[in-house]
Design a binder for this molecule. Structure first.
Ligand code: N01
Length: 867
C-alpha cells in the first residue's frame, strides 16, 4: 500500500534486485537487524534466471559450484540434478532459498526503481519507484546484475518486421512454439549458442546470422561431476573456502605449463583433457600463458578450430564457424550442447555477416548485401549493455547533483567495484572493477555481500553514518584494474568486457581480472587497514586513512611472490663467489629476449689487460652504420657479466635500432674503486675510436647502464666531459646508483622485500669502495659537477630503494641545464623493468628507454622490432 508522499517510508537499506545477490544481501542485512526493502521489476525472485527463459538456457559453471554456500543446511537440502542445471531448475532453487528464509516479505515485485538522489543534509538516499512513490534510506545497494539490460537491436529497420520478435533476455513465460516456422536468430554469443540447437528442433527453417564466430566447447552435460561431489563430501567447508581463494571462484589449480615449453604430445593431451571435461575454467587453463602470450593462445585456438572443422560437414560453413580475429578467451567463450552439429541439419543455414552484412530488416524478413530472406519470427540473441547498463540507466544522482551517468561518461570509475566517489553509502554488488563476470558469480556475489554487510556493521558499531571512497583510492584502483588487464590479451578484443558491443560506449576493460582470491585479499586488506581509501563520517566525526591498496604492477607482484617463495638466502650473507653463482642459477631458465641480427663477442684492450664485450647488431634494414650505445650491466660492482644483462641488451638493440656494445668491467672485491668507473671510461674511449669497425656512426655514441652499470655510465660521462672527449650524445641511466647515501625515503620505503635491499646495497658498497672514497664523484656522481653533461634519460622505479637518488640526479642535472627525461617505472621494482618477456608490464618502460635513445640520435632512424 502506498503511503502519502509527506510521510516517506524509511529504511536502513534499499536493495534493487532480487536475484542471487539481492536475496543474499537481504538475508545478511536482516541478520544485522537492519530494516530493508528490496525492489524488483520482475514478478518474482530470480534476477537473470527470471528473465532469461530462452530454450536451452543453463548455467555454464557447474551448478555444484554455482550455488550459495552461506547456509550449510540449505546445501544439504538441495541437490542439483545435473552438472549444468537448466534455467527452470536454477529459478526453482532461488525460489526455494527465498521461501526457506522467508525473504519475500521484504521484497516488492513488479516495482521498478526509477530514480535515486542523495540528500546530503539528511544523509539519506531518496528512492523513487515507478508510481512516483518515494522512500528514504541510509544505504542504497544495487544488486542489479552485470547482464540485465538488453542491448537495443542496433540494426537498420528493426522496428519494421511485422512478425513476432523475441529477445533471449526477455523470453515469454509461456514459451514459444516455432514448429513449422521459418526462424532467424541474430547473434552467436552464449545465448545464441545455447538456444540455436533447440530452436532448430522445432523450426522448419532456421537461419543463423553470425557477425563474429565464437569459441565454444561441448558441455558434456550429465550428472554432477563425481570428483566435485567427492570433494564436497570429504569437506564441504574446505572446498568452498578453496573456491573463495581461487582465481575464478572454482577450485581449479592454475597450471604452470607454458605452451612453448610443452611438447606437441603434452599440448594435445592437456587440450584433449580439457575438451573432454567440458568446463570453461579447464579450457582456459590448458597453458599458463594462453591469456597473455599470442603464440600460446594461437595453439589452443587452432585446436578448437580443428574440432569445429571435424564436426561440421560442409567445409565452407565450418570455416565460417571458425573464430578468427580475436584471441581465445578474450570474448566470453561458450559451452554448448550440439551447437556445431546443428549446422549439419538440412534446414539450418549460417549467414556470415562479415561477408554479407545485414542491409535492413524488412516487414517480412531480413535483407543482406547478397540476399533477401523471408521469416515468420526473429530471435535477437544480441547481448547486453554489460556491467554498467543497469547502473547508469537507473538515474542515480550523488552529491552536488552529479549523476552516475555523467560521472562515468568516459567509463566506470570505482573503488573495488563496490563504491564510487561522490555517491556516499551507494554500493554496487559485483560492479565494474570487481571479478564478477570473469568468475563464478555465486562466489563473487557472496564475497561482495559479506563485505558490504561487514562494512555497514562496522559503521553502526562505530556510530558512523556515511562511507565513500577517496579520489586517490579510486584512481589507484582504476589504475590497478587497467594494469591487470593490460598484461593480458583482453584489451585487444571487441568484447562486451571492453564495452565494445554497444555503439558509443567507452572502451574500458570492465571487470577485474586479477583473480577472485587476489581481489578478496585486497578487499580484506582495505578493512584491516581501517578502511583504507574510504572517508567515513558520523556526528562530529570524520575518519579517513587515505591510500592506494594495490600499486605494484600485477606481474611484478607475481614475480615477487614467486621469488619470496623460493626462500633464497639473502645475497649479503654470501661470499661474492657464491652470490655470483646464485645469480647465474636464478637466470638459467629465463626467456632469452628478442632475436637480433648479430651477436659477437670480443675484447677491449685496456692498460691492465682486456675487458670482454658483446656486440648486438639489429636485424633488418637499413644496412650500414648505426648509432652506438655502450652498455654497462648491473650487479652492484660485484655481480653480473655479459650474460646477466643479455636479454635486456637484445631488447634495447631491437627496440632502438642501435648497435649495443655491452662491456664487462672489472668487479669488486677483487678490484675495487675506482677500477669499474675507469674501465667504463676506457671502454667508451675505445668504442668512440673504433666506431666504424663496430658498425657505428662516428659521433653518434651514447652510454647506458642499469643500477651499478648506470653508476659507471654516469661517471664515464663526467670523465669524458673533463677530458674533453669523447663526445657522448646521451646517457640512459636505468635505476641508477648515483649516491652513497642510504638514508633517502625510498630506502625507508623499499629497503626490504624487493630483491635489492638496503642490506644488499650496503654489502655492495662495502665490497666496492672504502667509506672515505664514497663521496668521490667517481663513486657518487650525484656529488660531482653536472654542468655540460650529455642529455639524460633516467628511469626511476616506484619500489626501488634507489628511486630517490635517481630522481635527485634528474633534478640536479636539470638544475645544471642538462636536458633530462625522467621515466617513472610505475609499480616496478629495481629489477623488474629489466625482466624481458617475464614482466610484461615492463615493456612500455623499455619502449620509452628506446625512444629516449632515439632522441639522443636525431639523425638516426630508430627501428622497432619489438612490440
Ligand atoms: O550476448 P553476447 P549473450 N548485428 O554479447 C551479436 C552470459 N550468458 O546474450 O560478437 C549482428 O555474448 C554479437 O556479435 P559480435 C555470458 O557471460 C551466460 O549471448 O558483437 N549481430 C554476438 O554474437 C555471456 O557472454 C549464459 O560481433 C549482433 C551476439 O550478438 C553474456 O551473458 C548464457 C549485433 C551477442 O552475444 C552475454 O551473452 C547466456 C548486430 N547488430 C548468457 N549485435 C550461461 O550459460 C550483437 N550481435 C550462464
Amino acid at each position: 500500500m502506498n503511503k502519502p508522499a509527506s510521510v516517506p517510508e524509511q529504511f536502513d537499506a534499499v536493495v534493487v534486485g532480487a536475484g542471487f545477490s539481492g536475496l543474499y544481501m537481504l538475508y545478511r542485512l536482516r541478520q544485522l537487524g537492519l530494516s530493508v526493502k528490496v525492489f524488483d521489476s520482475a514478478g518474482d525472485v530470480g534476477g537473470t534466471w527470471y528473465w532469461n527463459r530462452y530454450p536451452g538456457a543453463r548455467c555454464d559453471v557447474p551448478t555444484t559450484d554455482y550455488t550459495f554456500s552461506f547456509d550449510p543446511e540449505l546445501e544439504k537440502e538441495w541437490t542439483w540434478s545435473e552438472k549444468y542445471a537448466t534455467q527452470p531448475e536454477i529459478l526453482e532453487y532461488l525460489r526455494f532459498v527465498a521461501d526457506r528464509h522467508e525473504l519475500r516479505s521484504d521484497i516488492e515485485f513488479s516495482t521498478a526503481v526509477t530514480a535515486a538522489r542523495w540528500d546530503e543534509p539528511a544523509k539519506q538516499w531518496v528512492i523513487t519507484t515507478g508510481g512516483g512513490r518515494e522512500v528514504r534510506c541510509r544505504h542504497y545497494i544495487m544488486a542489479t546484475g552485470c547482464l540485465s539490460v538488453a542491448k537495443s537491436p542496433d540494426i537498420e529497420g528493426a522496428e519494421r518486421f511485422a512478425g513476432p520478435v523475441y529477445f533471449t533476455s526477455r523470453w515469454p513465460h509461456e514459451g514459444v512454439d516455432f514448429t513449422g516456422q521459418r526462424v532467424a536468430v541474430i547473434g552467436t554469443g552464449s545465448s545464441g549458442i545455447q538456444s540455436i540447437p533447440l530452436i532448430a528442433r522445432q523450426a522448419s527453417q532456421l537461419t543463423v546470422f553470425q557477425r563474429t564466430a565464437n569459441f565454444s566447447i561441448p558441455a558434456h552435460n550429465g550428472p554432477a561431476p563425481a570428483e566435485t561431489l567427492r570433494q564436497l563430501d570429504e569437506g564441504r567447508d574446505a572446498y568452498r573456502d578453496a573456491a573463495r581463494w581461487s582465481r575464478g571462484g572454482v577450485p581449479v589449480e592454475p597450471t604452470d605449463v607454458l605452451a612453448g615449453a610443452a611438447s606437441e604430445e603434452v599440448r594435445r593431451e592437456r587440450f584433449e583433457a580439457a575438451w573432454q571435461q567440458g568446463e570453461l575454467f579447464g579450457i582456459l587453463n590448458v597453458f599458463a600463458d594462453q591469456g597473455v602470450n599470442p603464440a600460446a593462445n594461437d595453439i589452443v585456438a587452432e585446436m578448437i578450430r580443428e574440432k569445429i572443422r571435424a564436426t561440421v560437414n560442409d567445409p565452407e560453413t565450418a570455416e565460417a564457424l571458425c573464430p578468427r580475429g580475436h584471441y581465445f578467451g578474450t570474448k566470453r567463450p561458450c559451452l554448448d550442447t550440439g551447437y556445431f552439429e546443428t549446422f549439419n541439419l538440412p534446414h539450418v543455414r549460417l549467414v556470415d555477416l562479415r561477408k554479407e552484412p545485414i542491409v535492413s530488416i524488412t516487414e517480412d524478413g531480413i535483407e543482406t548485401a547478397g540476399e533477401s530472406f523471408g521469416f515468420d519470427a526473429i530471435v535477437y540473441a544480441t547481448g547486453f549493455d554489460a556491467m554498467t547498463g543497469a547502473l547508469v540507466g537507473a538515474d542515480v544522482t550523488g552529491r552536488d547533483g552529479l549523476s552516475l551517468k555523467e560521472k562515468w561518461a568516459a567509463g566506470p570509475s570505482t573503488y573495488l567495484g563496490l563504491m564510487t566517489t561522490g555517491f556516499p553509502n551507494f554500493f554496487m554488488l559485483t560492479g565494474p572493477g570487481s571479478p564478477s563476470v570473469l568468475s563464478n558469480m555465486a562466489v563473487s556475489i557472496e564475497q561482495h555481500v559479506d563485505w558490504v554487510a561487514g562494512c555497514l556493521k562496522d559503521l553502526r558499531d562505530k556510530g558512523l553514518e556515511t562511507i565513500e571512497p577517496t579520489e586517490l583510492a579510486e584512481a589507484g584502483w582504476n589504475q590497478h584494474n587497467q594494469d591487470c588487464a593490460a598484461i593480458t590479451l583482453h584489451p585487444t578484443a571487441n568484447s562486451w568486457y571492453m564495452g565494445a558491443n554497444v555503439p558509443g560506449k567507452p572502451r574500458v576493460f570492465l571487470p577485474y581480472i586479477g583473480g577472485v582470491g587476489a581481489y578478496r585479499q585486497a578487499c580484506d586488506d582495505v578493512v584491516t587497514q581501517d578502511y583504507l581509501g574510504f572517508t567515513r563520517t558520523g556526528p562530529g566525526a570524520v575518519r579517513c586513512t587515505d591510500g592506494v591498496i594495490r600499486s605494484m604492477q600485477p606481474d611484478v607482484a607475481m614475480v615477487m611472490e614467486f621469488v619470496n617463495a623460493l626462500g633464497l638466502p639473502p645475497m649479503e650473507t654470501l661470499s661474492a663467489a657464491d652470490a655470483r653463482a646464485l645469480m647465474a642459477a636464478t637466470a638459467e631458465n629465463r626467456p632469452p629476449g628478442p632475436e637480433v641480427g648479430e651477436v659477437t663477442d670480443g675484447v677491449i684492450p685496456i692498460p691492465d689487460g682486456t675487458l670482454p664485450y658483446r656486440l648486438y647488431r639489429p636485424a633488418g634494414p637499413p644496412e650500414g652504420p648505426r648509432p652506438l650505445v655502450v652498455y654497462f650491466h648491473g650487479g652492484g660492482w660485484v655481480l653480473g657479466n655479459l650474460d646477466s644483462d643479455d636479454p635486456l641488451c637484445r631488447d634495447l638493440c631491437a627496440r632502438s635500432g642501435a648497435v649495443v656494445v655491452s662491456v664487462n668491467y672489472r668487479h669488486a672485491p677483487e678490484v675495487r674503486f675506482p677500477a669499474a668507473a675507469l674501465d667504463a671510461f676506457a671502454a667508451v674511449q675505445w668504442a668512440d675510436a673504433n666506431a666504424i669497425e663496430l658498425g657505428g656512426i662516428p659521433g653518434q655514441l651514447a652510454v647506458a647502464g642499469w643500477s651499478a652499470g648506470a653508476n659507471v655510465a654516469a661517471v664515464a660521462c663526467q670523465l669524458a666531459r673533463d677530458a674533453g672527449g669523447p663526445r657522448i650524445t646521451g646517457q640512459l641511466l636505468i635505476c641508477p646508483a648515483v649516491d652513497s647515501d642510504l638514508t633517502r625515503p625510498s630506502y625507508e620505503e623499499n629497503g626490504d622485500g624487493y630483491i635489492l635491499t638496503t642490506a644488499l646495497m650496503r654489502w655492495f658498497w662495502d665490497h666496492y669502495a672504502d667509506p672515505a672514497d664514497r663521496g668521490d664523484p667517481r663513486a657518487a656522481p650525484l656529488r660531482g659537477d653536472l654542468a655540460g653533461l650529455p642529455p639524460a634519460c633516467i628511469v626511476a622505479a616506484d619500489f626501488d630503494p634507489l628511486r630517490d637518488e635517481g630522481v635527485a640526479y634528474a633534478r640536479a642535472l636539470e638544475a645544471a641545464a642538462v636536458p633530462v627525461r625522467l621515466t617513472r617505472a610505475r609499480g616496478h621494482t629495481h629489477t623488474s623493468v629489466t625482466m624481458v618477456d617475464v614482466v610484461i608490464s615492463g615493456a612500455p618502460v623499455r619502449a620509452e628507454m628506446a625512444a629516449a635513445l632515439g632522441d639522443f640520435f636525431p639523425a638516426a632512424e630508430p627501428q622497432a622490432h619489438v612490440s
